[in-house]
Design a protein around this ligand. Structure first.
Ligand code: PGA
Length: 264
């Protein structure tokens, strides 16, 4: 039986004071039962204060991205060794926003190549994280144009195969895959529950081909993209949806707490 997992992705939000305040509020109010695991992924600058605040309760820390090298001349990057120093349990990799695939474009079209994550760098990052015992949260998902062209399953299967190439199933069994349709991220357009369940089931079948059926049965597959307290219970009740990767709604403690409660 897979334990539900709810992860808050704060993206490029929260000063340290704001982060400390929301975590305090969560820690005070949260009613964690053994059936659900919760993690928050603050920006790098707030990892330290969230790490200290979370230590008091069984909530876990995650990061939003990582470099694959241990260290060196990579200006602006953070290594897996540095994340391990904060006892990060999780790290998001291959988010559509780092891949330069946006549901709602908030930067000029000409600057999108700045966000240049590829399946190859995703693969290097996953291996580096596993080496440091940090569980990757591998994000996959199709754009609206790919969905309309009937390419959803093929796009996701390729992201999984390339992202997980050469990765051992026995190492990734605590890893996580998040199905995040690009067109649903930050747009308020949640994927229809039956379709989200179908795609998450398809992801599990591809994982069984990449690894083994047993490994695939243990890996948690989350849904992400406009998850809110009003739609999370229905999404999380599906057989192949093991929780959620929550962006905007994780920035408001009461909303995030309701989403966590709906997973229990
Ligand atoms: P959203 O973001 O919940 O704001 O749509 C989800 C994500 O990008 O992980």
């Amino acid at each position: 039986m897979r334990m539900k997992l709810v992860v808050g992705n704060w993206k490029m939000n929260m000063t340290r004071a704001e982060a400390a305040a929301i975590v305090e509020e969560m820690v005070r109010a949260i009613d964690i039962r053994p059936s659900v695991e919760v993690a928050v992924c603050p920006p790098f600058t707030a990892l330290d204060c969230v790490h200290h605040a979370l230590r008091r309760r069984d909530l876990h820390l995650g990061a939003q991205d990582v470099h694959w090298k241990e260290g060196g001349a990579f200006t602006g990057s953070i290594s897996p060794k540095m994340l391990a120093d904060f006892s990060c349990r999780y790290c998001i990799v291959g988010h559509s926003e780092t891949r330069g695939r946006f549901g709602k474009l908030e930067v000029p079209e000409t600057t999108v190549s700045y966000f240049a994550e590829t399946d190859e760098t995703v693969n290097l990052k996953i291996k580096a994280l596993l080496y440091h015992n940090i569980r990757p949260i591998l994000c996959v998902g199709e754009t609206l144009a790919e969905r309309e062209a009937g390419q959803t399953d093929a796009v996701i299967a390729e992201q999984l195969r390339k992202g997980l190439e050469g990765v051992d199933g026995s190492e990734f069994h605590e890893g996580v895959v998040a199905y995040e349709p690009v067109w649903a991220i930050g747009t308020g357009k949640v994927c229809d529950t039956a379709e989200a369940e179908r795609v998450c089931g398809m992801i599990r079948l591809v994982l069984a081909e990449i690894f083994t059926a047993d490994a695939a049965a243990a890996i948690r597959v989350l849904y992400g993209g406009s998850v809110k307290a009003s739609n999370s219970a229905e999404l999380f009740s599906q057989e192949n949806i093991d929780g959620g990767l929550v962006g905007g709604a994780s920035l408001v403690a009461s909303e995030f707490l309701s989403i966590i409660a709906s997973a229990q």
